[in-house]
Design a protein around this ligand. Structure first.
Ligand code: MN
Length: 500
């Protein structure tokens, strides 16, 4: 039965990829497909369907996210050793070391020993480590998890909740940190009903009453913009509609007293054009058709969001009582917003073994994690506390702070100049005495705001005090402060001894 559908599902993998796949890559994927089918022959999943379907769905997800042929092939074979009948040697022999490395990485990621908070820490650590080696391992794992979430109803209740919660707490934030907005949204929506069933039902109910109307006027607007842009001779544009993901809608509703009337971006139109000039052209144009809501025009092209997101957002009165958001961006910005590091704009140049260590400026958080890991700090503390710290360090909302030279330091929200100083260098932190923020003389205990320009003043005989602990957010700063204080305690007690 499977054999008949072979060409159908493999063609689908090819079709889902945003770019055409060349013949050599197609041949590789086809070989991986056949290999996996054999390795899983006769096996079924909890749902009763052939096990092989699961790996095909994983590969489809990878294709949708524009991943390369090696990742898609590894995705097809990701369970062949663990659950199927293949051996690692066979994979090396038939597919080479690179693909074998990816499969091994994914298998290792899946093996988590602990439970509860300890489990979260363990998987988070493993993810971050995998990320520093080759981000494709993580992408395959995320694609695998997405399909597992989509078939979660067949899994026993207790395990269901655990997987869904872990997806919300670890997988989705990772996808977000990597800038893969689309994957983040899909993971969250798939996990949402299992973790918060009541709230999920509530959101579905709210959507039922609003979606049809919203979609109705979005469609009318889409036709109007389409005609107008053709007339304006803007070539090669694309207009699409998007409804907000359910989980992120719920997050927003919570901030607005669960009042759907206050949410203007339930649905949005997205206009994608070739150049930045076109973006502003389209903006002007749209405002000449529909009146914009004052104060709602956001130019994230000139001023990108923290994770690099670029786009122009404007909210307009649709004329028939509706209010809706329109997003305007270039193809490149769109690729980055949806696919993040996986976007072909980001990874084409170094398609193989993307090492995040090579781009420290972009991934300070990974570098910091690496330092903590090296010094074994992570293993020593109690798991609840580490998990909290790690979430704070890596997944909290970030602010970007500038040095006077224009270098960017990426810090958790509410960080202070002390965090900033330690992020530059431990010596700068250890001897910081004062600072200027945007040219104004300020205290080291000030809460920094996004895009502040900070200059730290140091003095050789100035040192951390225990009070600093109350004004730092990063584990890095806290650790250095503690190290200094501990060393002082050592000196102090040895002086005391001498006087005894
Ligand atoms: Mn799997």
């Amino acid at each position: 039965m499977l054999k008949d559908t072979t060409n159908v599902s493999i063609e689908e993998i090819f079709r889902l990829h945003e770019e055409p796949i060349n013949d050599k890559d197609k041949a590789l994927i086809k070989r991986a497909y056949d290999f996996a089918m054999q390795a899983h022959e006769g096996q079924t999943r909890a749902s009763g369907e052939p096990y092989f379907n699961h790996v095909v769905e994983t590969a489809k997800n990878l294709a949708r996210y524009g991943m390369d042929a090696e990742s898609i092939s590894a995705g097809l074979m990701h369970d062949t050793v663990e659950d199927g009948r293949a051996t690692p040697e066979e994979i090396v022999e038939n597919f080479g070391n690179d693909i074998a490395f990816l499969i091994e990485g994914v298998t290792k990621l899946g093996k988590v020993k602990y439970r509860g908070a300890e489990r979260h820490v363990e998987s988070l650590r493993k993810f971050l480590l995998a990320l520093t080696k080759d981000y494709r391992v993580l992408m395959i794992k995320l694609a695998d998890r997405l399909h597992n979430l989509q078939t979660l109803q067949y899994v026993r209740a207790e395990k269901r909740k655990r997987i869904a919660l872990e997806s919300l707490e670890v997988y989705a934030p990772l996808a977000h940190r990597l800038g893969i907005g689309k994957l983040k949204g899909e993971l969250e929506d798939a996990a949402f009903p299992y973790v918060y069933p009541k709230e999920y039902a509530q959101v579905v109910e709210i959507l039922k009453s609003k979606s049809a109307v919203t979609e109705g006027y979005l469609q009318k607007m889409q036709v109007r913009i389409d005609e107008a842009l053709k007339k304006e001779k803007i070539n090669n544009f694309r207009i699409s509609m998007r409804m907000k993901h359910k989980y992120s809608l719920w997050q927003k509703l919570k901030r607005y007293d669960m009042d759907i009337e206050k949410i203007y971006d339930l649905g949005a139109l997205r206009v994608v054009v070739p150049t930045i000039e076109d973006c502003y052209h389209v903006l002007g144009f749209i405002h000449s058709i529909w009146r914009p809501l004052p104060g709602r025009i956001k130019d994230f092209i000139a001023l990108p969001k923290l994770n690099g997101y670029q786009s122009i957002h404007t909210t307009v009165f649709t004329g028939d009582g509706g209010i809706t958001e329109i997003q305007i961006r270039t193809y490149e910005m769109h690729g980055r917003a949806e696919y993040g590091v996986a976007s072909h704009f980001s990874y084409k140049e170094n398609i193989k073994n993307t090492k995040f260590e090579d781009k420290p400026e972009k991934f300070v958080w990974i570098k910091q994690f690496h330092e903590l890991e090296k010094e074994n700090i992570i293993q020593k503390k109690n798991p609840e506390k580490i998990y909290k710290d790690m979430k704070q360090d890596f997944f909290s909302d970030r602010i970007f702070i500038f040095t006077p030279k224009g270098d960017v330091i990426d810090l958790p929200e509410d960080s202070s100049p002390i965090d900033f100083a330690y992020a530059i260098h431990s010596d700068v932190g250890d001897h910081a005495i004062a600072c200027t923020i945007n040219g104004k003389y300020s205290k080291l205990f000030t809460k920094l705001k996004n895009s502040d320009i900070v200059k730290i003043e140091t003095k050789k005989d100035s040192h951390p005090s225990s009070k600093w602990n109350d004004y730092t957010k990063t584990t890095l700063a806290k650790r250095h402060i503690r190290q200094y204080l501990d060393s002082q305690e050592g000196i102090f007690s040895s002086i005391l001894k001498r006087f005894k």
